[in-house]
Every structure is written in C-alpha cells, then in structure tokens.
Design a protein around this ligand. Sequence first.
Ligand code: AMP
Length: 289
Amino acid sequence: MSHAPIPRFTAVAPLRAEVSGWRRAGERVVLVPTMGALHAGHLALMARAKEVGQRVVASIFVNPTQFGPNEDFSRYPRDTATDLSLLAQAGVDAAYLPEVSGMYPEHFSTRIEVDGLTEGLCGAYRPGHFSGVATVVTKLLNQVQPDIALFGEKDFQQLLVIRRAVRDLDLPVEIQGVPTLREVDGLALSSRNRYLDADERARAPHLQAVLARIGEGLAAGGHAGPLLAEGRAALKAAGFDPVQYLEIRDAETLAPVERATRPVRVLAAAYLGRTRLIDNVPANPAGLA
Ligand code: AMP
C-alpha cells in the first residue's frame, strides 16, 4: 500500500506553528525522538504515541554530541528515504529532521548535565554521552513543544536521565517509557544490530537470556554477588568481550542493590566483536507484580 508522503520539517518555526495549531484545536501532541535507521522497536513507540495522543511528531537526528571520539557516529546507519516511508505507514503526522548546523549554531555553548544518575553504567564508559543526550532532548522538547514525549526502556538509564532533567528544569512535558521490543529469540531490537555478522547475531540473544536468568534469581530471593558472577561467566562463554558492566540497580534511583526488596533493573553493556550491545530487564521482589 502506498501512503501520502509525510510532512517534513527542517526548521523550528514552521513545525512549531503546526504543533501549536494542533494544540489550540485541543489535540494532544506526542514527540518520539529517534536517530533514524528505524526498526520495529521505533515503530512500537510510534504506535504507542498514536494511542496516547492525537498527533505524532517523530524526529530523526543523529546527534554528534552524544558520540565519543572513538564511537560510531560516522558509520551510524542513515537511511532517510526508508525511514520517512516507515513513518508515513505508521501514520505519523510530521517528521522533524533538523540539521546539525541548525541544532548547534556557531558559538553554541550551553549543556545540560544530570549529576548522579549519569555516573555509572553507560555513563562510566561513554564520557559526555548523557550530557549530549540531555542537551539535545531538552532542545527537541523546546523546539517541538509536545504534550508527551516517548522513550524506550531499551535505553533505561537514558529514560531516567531525561525524566530527571525534565523534572529538574520544569519542562512542561510528560515523559513516558515504552517496554523493549524484542526479536522472537529475545534480542532487543536496535539500529546497531545490523552491524552483527551471522555468527554474532546467533550469539547475541545470550545477553537477554543472562539478564532474564538474573532477574528470575532475584525474584526468587537471590543475592547479587553469586547471580552476577554466574552471569558474567555465561556472557564470556557466549563470546561477549569485553563485558563493560553487568549490574543490578534500583529501578528508580539506579543505586546498586544486593537483593530485590523493591523493583530493580538488571542492566548490561557488552561487545560482540566491534558491536556494543546494551540491554536491561526488570525484576520485582517476590509477590510484587
Ligand atoms: P534511537 O534511534 O536508538 O536513539 O532510539 C530512539 C528511541 O527508540 C529511544 O527512546 C529508544 O529507547 C527507543 N528504542 C530503541 N530500540 C527499542 C526497542 N527495541 N524497543 C523499544 N524502544 C526502543
């Protein structure tokens, strides 16, 4: 089925005019920020956006400031034509594709730093990453002025960092998290999965399996120490090297925890060959839904 092309915006003013018209008409506007190379996980966010609001704006912006000097910014997959047609099929009302020069004009000098939450996990291995994310998301929220913005639990630390920045800065928007969409074998969908060769792709689901096993152990009253040691060994055996982190954290504060007496999250980042994969799963104390 062919779809009408999706309205596409590069500049802030015309997009804001469109959004403010919708809001004046009483329509709730939902923003879904992405870096493109869209997959079914992104489309699950678009589908949720259509459920929680009447108008959906998807942004596509590969944000240079959230990539480190040795990371994959230049080889990050970009396929705007396919992305736009997927967004049209998903019934998204507008695509926002800002340019780097518009987002970061000459003498750009302001950054959002979220302390504490950004110190461990990915923050420890990607210096400056969450500052880049918090800054660009704050800008996107100010540019688009949606009622609601959706983010995936796939990037769990990112979701908490954004929630905190929005609360601390009194940004007038509601942040909602969306559960991770997975392949049938458990692998979390990610734009970076396309970097995996056939052998790596076959090993990749071990990441989720190890996290799930730790989650079950915690729900059964297990302790972090032995569960994490066993999980680390299982990841190594599956070919993950290095395992940057495998941790159990409080689901709200990200404080390290020894047992699941409150809702917790089991999180990991590990390399398969050149590809860095991240994933996380929830674990609740026994008796808590
Ligand atoms: P990205 O394009 O990787 O920056 O992702 C854009 C948004 O999609 C972020 O909020 C991600 O957390 C979310 N996302 C990415 N992968 C998935 C997935 N497998 N399931 C749900 N949300 C996802």
